[in-house]
Write a protein that binds this ligand. Structure first.
Ligand SMILES: C[S@@+](CC[C@H](N)C(=O)[O-])C[C@H]1O[C@@H](n2cnc3c(N)ncnc32)[C@H](O)[C@@H]1O
Length: 298
């Protein structure tokens, strides 16, 4: 039997390849060879809890159970990277507040549609959708009074989403928010802060696997999608597919925000870059009005 540190089963090269391919097929994430020890460490602890003697036995048990969804969920919860923060990437947040929201709301207003839909896809512990909700509230006095705002936040990791729904954060985490937002939309709670109910009530948290293309439209068409620091963990084919699917979810005047380091990975001709303060910050649908010939520069 092959054991790694602390008595957890070790992962052979062959088992690593099986595990990597399995995770890729289920959720689009792809682990390079250099991540073998990461997976061994993360899942080894789970195997120890279950009393599995080896990864091969673990796979066999999952397969024999016909793909035990609870165990597959455990894998998602264990292997995903969930690092996030409030007001992450300030230029993107400023663009959302100052450029994208007013434009999308104006388009809604002129088309007679009164529902603004925003999706935080891969929301982790919730800092991203809560920041968006706070910024929407900041702009709200200039929006038509009958505008409905729906924010959906989703993830494949149920454990972080449960934490997100509670909306409770350490003081250190909350410090990433500009102080005026923290004072207006959070309340001291124990040693940290809790997001106020007004903000929590704006968000619906839902499980969603971005590698499952068939269900992309289950939340309806979106005006603004944030899918930041998620696709970077995907293999190229699954990333391409997810981008195609996201382009179908967006309304023709919609906007897509990806992570800073993901800009270089955007290979879809369906989107064109939007600049703010001379920096590339997000994407709009390439077919949308004016975008073919005019890149927005502020
Ligand atoms: C690094 S966090 C990014 C959080 C936030 N978007 C941000 O930029 O701060 C990546 C999140 O994507 C989620 N994720 C990974 N693969 C996913 C998939 N196939 N479907 C949905 N979410 C996924 C992870 O569970 C994790 O919470």
């Amino acid at each position: 039997m092959n054991f790694s540190i602390a008595g957890a089963p070790g992962l052979t090269d062959e088992e690593f390849r099986i595990l990597r391919d399995y995770i890729y097929r289920r959720c689009g994430m792809y682990f390079e060879d250099s991540k073998k020890f990461y997976l061994e460490h993360k899942l080894g602890t789970r195997l120890k809890e279950l009393g599995s003697r080896s990864f091969s036995q673990y796979f066999m048990e999952i397969q024999q159970s016909g793909g035990d969804e609870t165990e597959i969920q455990e894998i998602f919860n264990t292997v995903t990277t969930t690092e996030t923060s409030f007001y992450r990437n300030a230029p993107q947040m400023q663009t959302f507040r100052n450029l994208v929201l007013p434009e999308v709301v104006e388009n809604k207003f002129s088309s007679g549609n009164r529902t603004l839909k925003i999706w935080s896809a891969g929301c982790a512990t919730g800092e991203e959708p809560y920041t968006l909700a706070m910024l929407v509230l900041e702009g709200r006095s200039s929006f038509p009074s009958d505008l409905r705002i729906e924010i959906t936040a989703s993830d494949i990791n149920r454990s972080v989403m449960n934490a997100a729904e509670r909306g409770i954060y350490t003081a250190r985490a909350a410090q990433r928010l500009p102080v005026e937002l923290r004072e207006r939309y959070m309340t001291p709670h124990g040693d940290g802060f809790r997001v106020n109910r007004e903000v929590r009530d704006m968000i619906t948290f839902r499980f969603f696997n971005l590698a499952n293309g068939t269900r992309y439209l289950s939340f309806g068409k979106m005006d603004i999608v944030f899918c930041r620091n998620v696709l970077i963990y995907f293999a190229e084919a699954s990333r391409r597919k997810a981008l195609e699917d996201l382009s179908r979810v967006l309304n023709p005047n919609g906007f897509l925000f990806v992570g800073y380091s993901e800009n270089a990975l955007m290979m879809s001709s369906r989107f064109s870059l939007v600049y703010y303060n001379k920096r590339p910050v997000c994407y709009r649908m390439a077919s949308s009005k004016g975008s073919m010939h005019r890149r927005i520069r502020h």
